[in-house]
Design a protein around this ligand. Structure first.
Ligand code: TYM
Length: 329
C-alpha cells in the first residue's frame, strides 16, 4: 500500500478539469492506498481572498469532494490550514530552495504576467509549500493534472536535496500519477488552453443545466472540415477531448466519423456534448446541495480528517527535527 497525497485550491467551485484531472483519480486511489486529500487554503491566499470568501470556498470544495465520491472513511480528507506542521516543513524546506530556481518555474512566470501588482513571496515559494504538503506524509504518488507536472518535479528535487544534505533516505521522491496513462489536460471551450479558474472558462460540477448548455453552445469552433480525414483544429480537438470524458464511446465514434467524412454539424455535436455534461454533473450537483446543507456532517468530516492528518504529520516533523539537529534542552 502506497501513500498518496493531493490537493485542490479553494478558489471557486470545482470544474471539469479538476474532476477529470484529479478528483476522478482520487476516487480510484482511495480504494487501495493510504490517501490524504486536502483543500489547499494556504495556497489560495496568494490571490488574497476575503475571510468570508475563503471560508465559503473551503466549505464548498469539501462538499464537492464528498459529492463527487470521496469517502472520509477510506481516505483522509482535511483542510491544509488545520495542519500547522505543514508550515514548519515549508519553513525548513525554504532554507534549501533557491530563488533562481523558483523564479524560473513556469507557473511563477505566468503569475507574474497575470498579476503584476501582486507578485508576493508566497507565489515564489508556492512549489515549496506544495512539496511540504506532499512529503509531510512521505507520499510516493500524487494524482494531478498535466499542469502540475513541473511542481511535482520541484517536489522531487526538494525531497532529494533534503535526503542528500542529511545523508538519509528519508523522503520518497513523489511522482505524478494517472494509473499508467499520460497526465490529463482538460481544455477550455474558448479555443485554446486549459480549463481553469483563473482562465474564467470553467464548466463546474455545481453549475445549473441551462448555464452549461449556454456555455457549450457558445464554444469556439472553426468553419468545418473540407477534405476527408483533414487534421482537426485545436478548438474542435478540445470539444472532442471533453466528449471523450463525458460521453459514451459510441457517441465519440459517431462524431469522429462524421468529422472524417466532412458531414459533421457542429450544432449537433455541441447539443450532444452539452447533454452529456449535464447528465454527468446533475447528480453530483444534487449531492453537493444536500451535503452543503448538512453543516454538522461537514464539520465532523473536517475534524476527523484533521486528527488523522496531524498524526502522520507530527511523526514526520519529529523525525525531521531530529535529522536536522534540533534537540530539546
Ligand atoms: P488547482 O487547484 O489549480 O487544481 C487542482 C487539481 O486539478 C487539476 N486541474 C486540471 N487537470 C486537468 N485539466 C485541467 N484543465 C485542470 N485544471 C486543474 C490540477 O492539475 C490539480 O491536480 N497547486 C495545486 C494544489 C496543491 C497540490 C498540493 C496538489 C497544493 N498542494 C500537493 C497536489 C499535491 C493547484 O493549484 O491545483
Amino acid at each position: 500500500m502506497e501513500t498518496v497525497v493531493s490537493g485542490i485550491r479553494p478558489t471557486g467551485n470545482l470544474h471539469l478539469g479538476n474532476y477529470f484531472g484529479a478528483v476522478k483519480n482520487f476516487i480510484k486511489m482511495q480504494q487501495e492506498h493510504n490517501c490524504y486529500f486536502f483543500i489547499a487554503d494556504y495556497h489560495s491566499l496568494t490571490t488574497h481572498p476575503t475571510p468570508a470568501d475563503l471560508h465559503g470556498s473551503v466549505k464548498q470544495v469539501l462538499a464537492e469532494y464528498l459529492a463527487a465520491g470521496l469517502d472520509p472513511e477510506k481516505s483522509t480528507l482535511f483542510i491544509q490550514s488545520d495542519l500547522p506542521e505543514v508550515s514548519e516543513l515549508y519553513l525548513l524546506l525554504n532554507m534549501n530552495a533557491y530563488v533562481g530556481e523558483l523564479e524560473r518555474t513556469t507557473s511563477f512566470k505566468d503569475k507574474v504576467r497575470a498579476q503584476p501588482d501582486n507578485v508576493n513571496a508566497g507565489l515564489l515559494t508556492y512549489p515549496v509549500l506544495m512539496a511540504a504538503d506532499i512529503i509531510l506524509h512521505k507520499a510516493s504518488k500524487v494524482p494531478v493534472g498535466k499542469d502540475q507536472e513541473q511542481n511535482l518535479e520541484m517536489a522531487r528535487k526538494f525531497a532529494r536535496r533534503f535526503n542528500h544534505m542529511y545523508n538519509q533516505e528519508y523522503f520518497p521522491e513523489p511522482v505524478p500519477f494517472n494509473f499508467g496513462e499520460q497526465l490529463i489536460k482538460i481544455p477550455g471551450l474558448d479555443g485554446s488552453g486549459k480549463m481553469g479558474k483563473s482562465e474564467g472558462n470553467g464548466i463546474f460540477l455545481y453549475e445549473e443545466a441551462d448555464s452549461i448548455r449556454k456555455k457549450v453552445m457558445r464554444a469556439v469552433t472553426d468553419s468545418g472540415p473540407t477534405a476527408m480525414n483533414q487534421e482537426v483544429s485545436e478548438p474542435i480537438q478540445n470539444l472532442f477531448a471533453i466528449m471523450k470524458q463525458v460521453s459514451t464511446p459510441d457517441t465519440l465514434l459517431y462524431f469522429t466519423e462524421k468529422y472524417a467524412s466532412c458531414e459533421i454539424r457542429y450544432g449537433d455535436l455541441k447539443k450532444q456534448l452539452a447533454e452529456d455534461i449535464v447528465n454527468f454533473t446533475a447528480p453530483i450537483r444534487e449531492k453537493i446541495i444536500a451535503i452543503k446543507s448538512d453543516e454538522a456532517y461537514l464539520s465532523k468530516v473536517a475534524r476527523m480528517g484533521a486528527i488523522k492528518a496531524r498524526e502522520s504529520a507530527q511523526k514526520t516533523i519529529k523525525d525531521v527535527r531530529e535529522i536536522i539537529g534540533f534537540k530539546a534542552f
